[in-house]
Design a protein around this ligand. Structure first.
Ligand code: MTE
Ligand code: CO
Length: 418
C-alpha cells in the first residue's frame, strides 16, 4: 500500500468517526488532554517480547471480568456453581476461562490417553472409543448456548441477586467442534426400535440423564473442542455432550457411556431430574427445552452508566432453545412502551444473539426491560404472567422478563414491577 492510499484510508476513517460524532457519539475536543497530546511511558520504551506469555491471559486491568460464586447458595464449592460475567462481555462467544461452571462432584482431571467412551445397550456391536478414535469421524462446528435450568432460579419469589452475572450468568455460548452423536450411534448399529439413550460421565456423580432417541439423532454433538481449543477441564475435558437448546444438566461432561434403551432409566437421576412446580402445587416433567429469554447486560447493577445524559448504548443477550431469535424489544418504562432493538447479526438457532438499542438518555430514571421473540412466534413472558402458571415455589426454568431500575446517577438495581 502506498503512503498516499494509507493516508486516504486514514482520512476516510477520520471522516467516518466525525460522522459518528455529529450523530451524538461521546467524545471530547482534541486539545488539552496530555494522554493524547504528550508522549507517554508506553511510547518511550519497549514492550514485552513475543515469548513473554506463551499462553496469554487477559491484561491485569481486566481482572474484574471473572466468574463469581455466591457462597451462600451451596454448602461446598465441589457441588456448586459460579456465574459468567455477562455484564462485562460483548458479542456472543463466551471465553472458556470465564464461562460458568456447574459440577456435582467437582471437576475431574483426565488425560486424553485415558479417555474412553462406551456405547452399549440396544446396539449391534457395543463399542469403546478412544479419543483418537473420535478424531477420525467427520467433524462439525456449531455455536450453541448452554443454560443451566436453575439460571434465574433465585428470582421466582422476588428480586434477589443484584447483577446480571448472578441473575442470568448460568449461561455460556461456545463454538463446539465434534462428531454428531448420530454418526457414533450408527457406527454401533443402534436398534431402530430403541426410544431413549442414557448418558453418564466419568466423574463420581456421573450426572446420568436419559434423552429421547429423537433428540439424540437430531443435533446432539460429542464435542472435544470449544472456541477452537481443547475443552477446559471444568467444561468436561476431553469430551462432553452438547445437547442444543436443552437444559445444561443434559450436557454430560467427561462423557463416559451412552446406553441405547427402550424407555428412560428409572432412578432419581432419570428422565426429569428438574421438575417445575406449578401454581396449583402439581409439577411439570419433561421440560427440557429452554424457552426464549433475554437480559440487558449493560446498563445493569454491575455495569452502571458512568457518563451523563446523551448517547447511551443499551445492550444485552437473547436466546431460545426452540430456534433463532427474531426480535428483541427494549422498554425504558417497565414495560409500558417498547422500542425494537437492533440485532448485531441475524439470530442463529439455539445460540446467543447480541442486541443493541442506541439511544439518547435524558438523565432520568429508567425501568429497563428486554423482551425476546423467537422464530416459533413465542414471546418472553413477564414475571407476573409466568407466576400465574408456575406460582412462586419453582426453582427451574425461569425465563421471565427482568427489570433493572436505573437511577439518575447511573446506578442500577434489580427490582420488580407489577
Ligand atoms: N456432567 C457431569 N459429568 N457432571 C456434572 O456435574 N453438571 C451438569 C452438566 N453436565 C454436570 C455435567 C449441569 S447441572 C450443567 S448446568 C452443565 O453441565 C454445566 O456445564 P459447564 O460446567 O460447562 O458450565
Ligand atoms: Co445445571
Amino acid at each position: 500500500m502506498s503512503d498516499n492510499t494509507t493516508r486516504r484510508g486514514l482520512l476516510k476513517g477520520g471522516l467516518a468517526a466525525g460522522a459518528g460524532l455529529a450523530m451524538g457519539g461521546g467524545a471530547a475536543r482534541a486539545e488539552g488532554d496530555p494522554l493524547i497530546t504528550e508522549v507517554q511511558p508506553w511510547a518511550s520504551g519497549l514492550g514485552d517480547g513475543v515469548d513473554a506469555t506463551p499462553y496469554g491471559l487477559p491484561i491485569e486491568y481486566e481482572a474484574d471480568v471473572i466468574r463469581r460464586n455466591v457462597p451462600w447458595l451451596t454448602a461446598d464449592t465441589i457441588s456448586s456453581i459460579n456465574f459468567t460475567p455477562i455484564h462485562a462481555l460483548d458479542g456472543t462467544i463466551t471465553p472458556q476461562g470465564c464461562a460458568f461452571e456447574r459440577h456435582h462432584s467437582g471437576a475431574i482431571e483426565m488425560r486424553k490417553e485415558d479417555y474412553r467412551l462406551m456405547i452399549n445397550g440396544m446396539v449391534e456391536t457395543p463399542l469403546v472409543f478412544t479419543y483418537a478414535d473420535l478424531e477420525r469421524f467427520p467433524r462439525e462446528n456449531r455455536v450453541y448456548f448452554l443454560e443451566c435450568a436453575a439460571n434465574t432460579g433465585m428470582e421466582w419469589a422476588g428480586a434477589q441477586l443484584n447483577g446480571a452475572q448472578f441473575t442470568h450468568g448460568m449461561i455460556h455460548n461456545m463454538e463446539y467442534s465434534g462428531v454428531s452423536l448420530r454418526t457414533l450411534l450408527e457406527e454401533a448399529g443402534y436398534d431402530t426400535s430403541a426410544t431413549w439413550i442414557y448418558v453418564e460421565g466419568h466423574d463420581a456423580s456421573s450426572n446420568g440423564r436419559s434423552i429421547p432417541m429423537e433428540k439424540a439423532l437430531d443435533d446432539v454433538l460429542v464435542a472435544f473442542k470449544a472456541n477452537g481449543e481443547a475443552l477446559r477441564m471444568e467444561h468436561g475435558y476431553p469430551v462432553r455432550l452438547v445437547v442444543p437448546g436443552w437444559e445444561g444438566n443434559m450436557w454430560v461432561k467427561w462423557l463416559r457411556r451412552i446406553e441405547v434403551r427402550q424407555g428412560p432409566v428409572e432412578s432419581r437421576e432419570e428422565t426429569s431430574k428438574y421438575t417445575d412446580t406449578l401454581a396449583d402445587g402439581t409439577s411439570r416433567k419433561w421440560t427440557w427445552v429452554m424457552d426464549a429469554k433475554s437480559i440487558i447486560t449493560s446498563p445493569s447493577p454491575q455495569s452502571p452508566i458512568t457518563h451523563g445524559p446523551g448517547p447511551l448504548v443499551i445492550t444485552g443477550l437473547a436466546w431460545s432453545g426452540r430456534g433463532a431469535i427474531t426480535r428483541v424489544d427494549v422498554s425504558k418504562d417497565g414495560g409500558k412502551s417498547w422500542e425494537t432493538a437492533r440485532l448485531a447479526k441475524p439470530g442463529e438457532t439455539k445460540a446467543l444473539t447480541r442486541f443493541y438499542l442506541d439511544t439518547d438518555w435524558d438523565g432520568g430514571e429508567m425501568l429497563l426491560q428486554a423482551r425476546a421473540m423467537d422464530e416459533t412466534g413465542y414471546v418472553q413472558p413477564t414475571k407476573q404472567q409466568l407466576r400465574e402458571i408456575r406460582g412462586e415455589n419453582s426453582i427451574y426454568h425461569n425465563n421471565c422478563i427482568q427489570t433493572w431500575w436505573v437511577q439518575p446517577n447511573g446506578e442500577a438495581e434489580n427490582v420488580e414491577v407489577s
